[in-house]
Design a protein. Structure first.
Length: 133
């Protein structure tokens, strides 16, 4: 896994909002699952009990910070927009957000991390959908 692929720990990424996403929703899901140590299917199948609810909230926060609009990522959570707003209102530790964003931004980590990430065929929201917002 990526945890054993690096020799030095990179500095944690910030939690600043992006205006244009750079990470795909699939990668955001995988990062949230990795940080919370749950399988991706537990996030996408609408599981609402801990630890899945925390991973879902982390994914929602990551998607929001990455610049995705709620209608763009709720299909991946298998929920409605009202529930997505509740997830965004849920407290998510800043450190988890920073760790997940570090996984996505650091080139060494991302390269290793992407190798272990399998796309969610047919469930992803393409970045080009942003133009519809």
């Amino acid at each position: 896994t990526w945890r054993h692929a690096i020799s030095s720990i990179p500095p944690l990424a910030d939690a600043e909002r992006r205006t244009v996403p750079k990470a795909t929703p699939d990668l955001l899901l995988a990062a949230a699952a990795e940080v919370r140590r749950v399988p991706v299917w537990g996030i996408t199948e609408g599981r609402r009990k801990a630890p899945f609810s925390e991973a879902r909230a982390l994914f929602a926060r990551l998607a929001d910070l990455e610049g995705y609009a709620i209608p763009q990522f709720v299909p991946l959570l298998n929920c409605d927009e009202k529930h997505a707003y509740r997830l965004l209102a849920k407290a998510v530790p800043d450190r988890e957000v920073q760790i997940a964003r570090t996984l996505l931004r650091d080139e060494r980590l991302r390269a290793t991390f992407e190798k272990t990430t399998k796309p969610l065929a047919g469930r992803s929201v393409p970045i080009c959908a942003l133009s519809a917002c």
